[in-house]
Design a binder for this molecule. Structure first.
Ligand code: GCB
Length: 613
């Protein structure tokens, strides 16, 4: 979420008395006396197709448990916080921090697995990176972050550049006026404390990895640039492509050229009053599908400056209880995944991580992955697209959200907007999911109903879903009932028969989904420690999990309209809620693959079932 203004708070006598404050006061006033400011701007589409310089690499960091780098001893924000990167000017000066003498961490990463003292840490860490920069006449520079968990305050050369909330969405700000010729520095205050009104809220079953977890870049753009664009195949007419683009400013009469050489498209368009264009193009693209994940080279040019992309064309619709890809019924052979490195935990953040995780999914027989429970890193989505794997992408509206808080809604809406803005051209993304396992109430219905409606206004070319729960079951009959049924295209629900519920009872279960819509079982599964063996009745053994999968898959075959499955989960993942010694050790053990990459017996049950689909 981008906020326009930063409140520096009042400078009080107490601050003046405070020694650290005194030493940096002059420098702070100096930094405030410039009227230069950064402009927070909407997310640029297709960051990897832009002209960028990476700021990844070593960043110095300071762990700030009590946020003394930000608040004074009366808890007022200080004008001269750590962000001014003060240095003593005379030997007498008292400055009680020094970024350059502090340890460094490789960015992108999470601090929990980079510094063992920070394994459980939830709080503030300051990061600083110095870099050389040569301003270019008539150009603008954006500072882009792939993700910072959870809250980020950003300064460039001591001046505020922006603020962002939400740990899994990308954001950028125009920092042109804050940069100078020569050495520059960027400082980010990252805070991953959990709060009841946040999205996600205070409790969630995954590790709250803190830090600058995805790529950081400077982006070189012209004063007016193509901010974002979309190319989408018509849902019904596969010879029609809808093209939209918008400029960073509402400028009329600018010429945008679209070129897709393989489709013999080379066309120019003139922007309307609001700086946008919208056009329909005739073409006969080879359609993207798992068997042939065809992507076309695309170039969009404005006044000599191009953005390059690779885009696939496909249609995803439903008909009754069927999901149709390019008009043909498809069964979504899926698996749920967390955005965690394949080996040992930590946030995933590279094409290599994505290739391993998705490689396991492929081996399992998948054509689909549920990227739970928040937008994953962009490499994963792009890698999946190349591999022919369809994607369900989700925002972290998870469990007990503060449904009546307007700020919470706004936060969720912005995360949804930015998830879509980043991935709207990925042919493999077929489902936007707006929530997971939320408790029923009128307030929740209002919140989620508005989110679903909003998602459709952002993108009408994909399906909307959410992971629901079965709330009524008697005599082994499970009936799904959820007021959200009318808002979604696909009815998805999580069931844990054999783990949280009804061990051994899967064969007796019957299911009723009373809506004329396709059904995805978005979660089922159970835990096992790799290498632990015993009878199928002994929890945590591979045999117990194997049997659970045998029973569940047989049961699933009886669900009317079942169009997909994403068992929970590909790989064991870190969670602070999973404390059982020798078994969990802070890992959720429901993975089909262990945290060190070994396949458990249940993997092969699922693999066999998918072979039969
Ligand atoms: C669920 C949640 C998922 C948990 C899983 C579990 O229903 O959606 O986030 O990790 O159950 O293992 O309990």
């Amino acid at each position: 979420m981008l906020y326009k203004k930063y409140n520096f708070g009042k400078i009080t006598d107490h601050m003046i008395k405070h020694s650290t404050f005194k030493a940096v006061f002059a420098a702070a006033l100096l930094s405030l006396s410039f009227s230069l400011s950064a402009e927070e701007v909407p997310l640029v589409g297709n960051i990897y197709g832009r002209n960028t310089v990476s700021l990844n690499g070593e960043w110095n960091y300071i762990v700030d448990v009590q946020e003394e780098g930000y608040y004074d001893y009366r808890m007022n924000p200080m004008p001269g916080g750590f962000f001014i990167n003060a240095k003593p000017r005379t030997p007498k000066d008292l400055i009680e921090y020094d970024f350059d003498k502090s340890p460094s961490m490789t960015i992108p990463s999470d601090w929990n697995t980079k510094d063992e003292k920070l394994f459980f840490y939830e709080g503030t860490v300051w990061f600083k990176k110095s870099f050389n920069f040569t301003p270019k006449q008539g150009r603008r520079t954006l500072l882009y972050f792939g993700a910072v968990n959870y809250e980020a305050h950003v300064w460039v050369n001591g001046k505020k550049a922006g603020y962002h909330k939400g740990g899994f969405t990308a954001f950028n700000m125009d920092v042109t006026d804050l940069l100078k010729d020569g050495e520059n520095f960027v400082i980010v205050k990252v805070d991953n404390k959990r709060h009841a009104e946040d999205v996600p809220t205070q409790i969630f079953d995954w590790w709250n990895y803190g830090g600058i977890t995805r790529d950081v870049m400077l982006v070189d753009v012209s004063p007016v640039y193509v901010e974002n664009y979309s190319l989408k195949l018509d849902r019904e007419n596969y010879s029609l492509i809808h093209f939209k683009a918008n400029l960073s400013k509402a400028e009329k009469g600018k010429i945008i050229t679209l070129s897709i050489p393989e489709l013999k498209i080379e066309k120019t368009f003139t922007t309307a009053e609001d700086g946008s264009i919208e056009a329909d193009l005739s073409a006969k693209p080879v359609l993207w599908c798992p068997e042939n994940p065809k992507l076309y080279d695309v170039r969009i040019t404005l006044e000599g400056e191009s953005v390059s992309d690779k885009i696939g064309f496909r249609s995803i619709t439903t008909s009754g209880k069927k999901i149709l890809l390019n008009g043909k019924q498809v069964y979504l052979k899926g698996i749920s995944i967390h955005d965690e490195k394949p080996y040992g935990g930590g946030r995933a953040n590279s094409p290599e991580d994505a290739a391993i995780l998705l490689g396991w999914a492929k081996e399992l027989g998948c054509n689909f992955v549920r990227l739970a429970h928040y937008p994953h890193n962009e490499y994963t989505v792009r890698e999946a697209e190349k591999m022919g794997i369809m994607v369900w992408s989700e925002i972290p509206v998870y469990w007990t959200i503060a449904w009546t808080n307007p700020d919470t809604y706004e936060n969720a809406r912005c995360q949804l907007r930015d998830m879509i803005a980043r991935d709207q051209n990925r042919a493999n993304v077929i489902i936007w999911s707006i929530a997971n396992e939320t408790p029923h109430s009128p307030e929740r219905d209002t919140f989620l109903g508005s989110l679903a409606t909003y998602a459709r206004t952002c993108d009408d070319s994909r399906l909307i879903s959410m992971a629901m729960e079965v709330t009524s079951a008697s005599n082994y009959h499970n009936r799904l009932q959820d007021n959200m049924n009318k808002y979604v295209d696909v009815i998805s629900f999580n069931e844990y028969i054999g783990w949280y519920r009804d061990v051994d009872d899967a064969p007796k279960m019957t299911w009723e989904v009373p809506y004329e819509k396709p059904v995805i079982v978005s979660e089922f599964g159970g835990g096992a420690r790799f290498g632990r063996h015993g009878s199928k009745d002994e929890r945590w053994t591979e045999e117990f999990q194997e049997n659970l999968y045998i029973q569940n898959t047989a049961m699933l075959d009886k669900i009317d309209g079942l169009s997909g499955t994403t068992p929970w989960i590909l790989k064991d993942f870190r969670s602070p809620r999973r404390v059982l010694p020798d078994v969990q050790d802070y890992y959720n053990r429901k993975g089909l693959v262990s945290d060190d990459g070994h396949k458990k017996k249940a993997f092969f049950i699922m693999q066999k079932w998918y072979e039969s689909k």
